[in-house]
Design a protein around this ligand. Structure first.
Ligand code: CTP
Length: 479
């Protein structure tokens, strides 16, 4: 944060956008005190570009929004949320929300507040963090003047997340704020002040009154940071993670038997996740990294001869994905299928790189991964977290070889988006068959022959192979 931003002149610059002058004159003409508050003010000091503007007024936020919209012109629509006493309008790329200053108290069993009109300070008090409780005045008389009753500026400078009121009050008012505290700490690289963090620990079970949608929204913001391990460790340390994501907690711990240990899969997972984040912003690839070993706790075995094994954790993990997505209200669509696929396949390139890399194994990997092959390779490289440098170098070199082969084979055989060169209809037509298992058998045999390199991926060779296979099955061509 630049110190000179504290100057009055600089604050006014933050309000340079003509929209603020317009709101200012509308508010003045109606004698309504009006302020910009919350995230927009915080982000101004942090040099973050924000398009969401929250306006608070002493009076009706809905009326102010309607008056502002009138001035802006006919095509500006106001969305009114009567129950909450708020109104929202879009102007260009700005989203502006208006609300009347409130004094709020929340019931123990719900996030829905009982609302009364209040002063600016009443409204600031009921906000989540000191850094989110600052406001700039918009009325002409004190345009640009900062109101900061809880020393948000000093917390911004010292990079601290702290609640304006006693933290138990702020969190029990709205338990989602416990997730927000950790999300902001992770996103902004701030520290959560100790009594605030203690209150999260003490109130963790209040998270159960918050909907999964809102929890996962915050969690996805943590996953979208450049180093989500920081936020996830805080979630774990505070006890919140256990409340909504027990499967991740089950990854924790190291067992030892007969002097043999396995790695702590929780911390390994976080390392893999950070590695992926250094390479890609794709949220769903990040989810795949988070869940790639999720099947390990339930497949863990020990024998004297093999030591610790997790056989089948890829398969079981992939099966767990849809249940986790459903419970967390994540999309049950192609995003979920993508994560499932990567979890299912995450061992394949590693196994491949440990063996002699045969063309047919590479072809099968390309066939199974399809368009996800590049993301899968990225995940697998991120999965090498050994502390032994020699092992890491060996694996990475083998991966280079696998990548090279993948390119060569795809150029030659085009199996990445495999389309059968002879279709089921053509097989039925040729042998005069109705749909039956023999059609599938011939189709599969052609596919396997291509993937195993017995024939090339083209119509002529596939047709000849079909003839041979039909003969083996005792089929006769249509006369
Ligand atoms: N707020 C709050 N408690 C919440 C959510 C929001 O007190 N549970 C207040 C804060 O003052 C916050 C403002 O409402 O600054 C706007 O909330 P929101 O748009 O959700 O968050 P931002 O702070 O703007 O941050 P981001 O856009 O990164 O979510």
């Amino acid at each position: 944060m630049k110190k000179n931003k504290l100057s009055y002149v600089y604050m006014k610059k933050c309000l340079n956008d003509p929209i603020f002058n317009l709101i200012s004159s509308v508010a003045d003409s109606r004698n309504m005190p009006a302020f910009v508050i919350g995230g927009y003010v915080r982000d101004f000091y942090l040099d973050r570009n924000s398009k969401d503007i929250d306006i608070v007024t002493l009076g009706s936020g809905i009326e102010l929004a309607e008056n502002v919209a009138e001035k802006l012109g006919n095509d500006v629509k106001v969305n009114v949320f009567k129950n909450f006493g708020t109104a929202m309008l879009r102007f260009g790329d700005l989203e502006i929300e208006f609300v009347g200053a409130r004094k709020e108290s929340y019931r123990m069993d719900s996030r829905k507040p009982i609302v009364e009109n209040g002063t600016l300070e009443d409204d600031q008090k009921r906000r989540d963090f000191t850094i989110n409780a600052m406001a700039f005045c918009l009325n002409k008389e004190s345009f640009g003047q900062l109101s900061d009753p809880f020393n948000g500026i000093s917390d911004l400078e010292n990079k601290i997340i702290r609640t304006p009121l006693e933290p138990n009050t702020t969190f029990s008012d709205d338990p989602l704020r416990m997730m927000r505290a950790i999300r902001f700490a992770n996103q902004l690289d701030f520290t959560i002040e100790s009594s605030t963090f203690q209150a999260i620990k003490d109130n963790k079970d209040r998270l159960k009154i918050v909907s999964e949608e809102r929890i996962i929204d915050e969690f996805n913001k943590i996953l979208a940071t450049s180093k989500p391990s920081v936020g996830i460790k805080l979630l774990s340390e505070s006890g919140l993670l256990e409340e909504f994501f027990p499967e991740l907690i089950s990854l924790k711990g190291v067992d030892e038997k007969s002097g043999k240990m396995h790695k702590d899969n929780f911390y390994h997972t976080l390392e893999v996740l950070d590695n992926v984040c250094a390479q890609s912003d794709n949220l769903w690839l990040r989810w795949a990294a988070l869940l790639h070993d999720i099947g390990k706790p339930r497949t863990k075995r020990f024998t004297d001869s093999t030591g610790w094994t997790f056989h089948g954790h890829d398969h079981l993990g992939a099966k767990m994905v849809s249940g986790i997505f459903r419970r967390l209200k994540l999309p049950m669509n192609e995003k979920m299928k993508y994560v499932e696929k990567l979890v299912q396949l995450h061992l394949r390139p590693i196994v491949l790189s440990q063996e002699v890399v045969t063309d047919s194994a590479v072809r099968r990997l390309l066939f199974d991964a399809g368009n996800e092959i590049d993301d899968l390779m990225m995940l697998c490289e991120a999965d090498i977290t050994s502390k032994n440098e020699k092992t890491v170098i060996k694996h990475l070199n083998n991966f280079k070889l696998v990548r090279k082969k993948l390119i060569e084979i795809e150029e030659k055989d085009a199996v990445r988006n495999f389309q059968p060169p002879v279709s089921g209809e053509q097989i039925m037509e040729f042998f005069n068959l109705k749909p039956c298992h023999q059609v599938g058998e011939i189709k599969n045999a052609i596919k396997d022959a291509i993937l195993d390199g017995i024939i090339k991926n083209n119509y002529d060779e596939a047709f000849q192979f079909m003839l041979k296979k039909g003969e083996e099955l005792g089929l006769n061509p249509r006369s």
